[in-house]
Design a binder for this molecule. Structure first.
Ligand SMILES: NCc1[nH]cc(CCC(=O)O)c1CC(=O)O
Length: 330
């Protein structure tokens, strides 16, 4: 019998996803030098379908469900995802085996290089009225519309490299919004013009943004044991709280919920906002509490969400959900 065990690692096939899987494998390889980790990249529906509106897919998660099918079929032992792309409810038999240490969770503004050169623009505030921002995220659009009603928006898809190329080539575009984490993991952070946050005229980030999640079968004790060595406690507690804000509001990845979490003096500060698609209505809240366990983190997220509801988030979300088409209805 062979001494080496092979562990099959699944991920999407985009350059970012492959780089992320390699980061996770590299960390595990240190702890488990005799295991042979084999990365298998897979093109998912989300990668293939760049045209259908992202929210028109109903129950099935575009980026994760095909990988989860292969996980449950035991063709894969674990799957590396961006936590941000994972639904708050995992399929039966699948669990989060670990959430690793978070990269910078903020969104960033990337201004077209030729415009930076020409005008010296660096921030959202520098952009003239009518500037066109490329993004397909309703969360980013809604928050930006609220703060900068004179900006305009254009649908913008593709992997990071494609998006940067389209920014260069499309004469209509002034700038795009990308997560800092993806750019940093690909060594493309030199493109960043401004890191966005609620305190600098920017926006709040997406639930789970910047963190990697490793998913495995709930009954696979061996893999769970291996993955436990990857876990970052502060990231995990912050992300569990963020995810329960989302879960309680029953928003998928396509609703305009923004969050920010920071550990300040031993407490977890959680800011959250819900903004209408047009940016005309919004509610927000902020709390700061000592959080020590996953249960406390989830309960905390739930309370923050209920406070948003008390302030009117339910009405904003109902309006958004009412105009959505069910899948395959057209
Ligand atoms: N939906 C695409 C996606 N999913 C996760 C990231 C960024 C990396 C991360 O959050 O870990 C991105 C790209 C982006 O939003 O710019």
């Amino acid at each position: 019998m062979s001494e080496t065990t092979t562990v099959n690692v699944g991920t999407r096939k985009s350059p970012l996803a492959m780089a992320q899987a390699e980061l996770v494998v590299k960390a595990l390889q240190k702890n488990y030098p005799s295991i042979n980790f084999e990365i298998q990249g897979m093109t998912t529906t989300g990668d293939r379908d760049q045209n259908t509106a992202l929210y028109n897919f109903g129950g099935k998660n575009l980026w994760t469900s095909q990988l989860e099918d292969r996980l449950r079929a035991k063709e894969l032992d674990f799957v590396v995802h961006c936590l941000k792309d994972m639904p708050t409810a995992l399929p039966d038999g699948c669990v989060l085996g670990a959430i690793t240490q978070r990269e910078d969770p903020r969104d960033t503004l990337v201004i077209k290089p030729s415009l930076v050169e020409q005008h010296g623009w660096k921030t959202l505030a520098d952009l003239p009225d009518g500037s066109v921002i490329g993004t397909s995220s309703v969360r980013r659009m809604a928050q930006l519309r609220k703060r900068y009603p004179a900006l305009r928006f254009q649908d913008h898809r593709g992997n990071i490299q494609t998006r940067l190329r389209k920014l260069d080539e499309d004469p209509n575009l002034t700038a795009i919004i990308l997560a800092a984490a993806g750019l940093q993991r690909m060594n493309l952070d030199s493109h960043i013009s401004q890191f966005l946050e609620s305190d600098n005229g920017g926006i709040l980030w997406a639930v789970g943004q910047g963190a990697l999640a490793v998913e495995c079968r709930a009954d696979d004790e061996r893999t769970l044991g291996i993955l436990r060595t990857l876990e970052d406690k502060q990231t995990t507690l912050a992300c569990l709280a963020e995810r329960n804000v989302m879960r309680t509001l029953e928003g998928g990845c396509s609703v305009p919920i923004g969050v920010e979490t920071h550990w300040v003096d031993g407490k977890l500060r959680l800011r959250a906002t819900v903004v209408s698609v047009e940016g005309t209505e919004s509610v927000e809240t902020e709390k700061s509490e000592v959080i020590s366990t996953p249960e406390e983190a989830e309960e905390y997220g739930k309370r923050v969400a209920l406070e948003l509801v008390e302030r009117g988030a339910g009405k904003i979300l109902d309006t958004i959900n009412a105009v959505r088409q069910p899948p395959n209805s057209t």
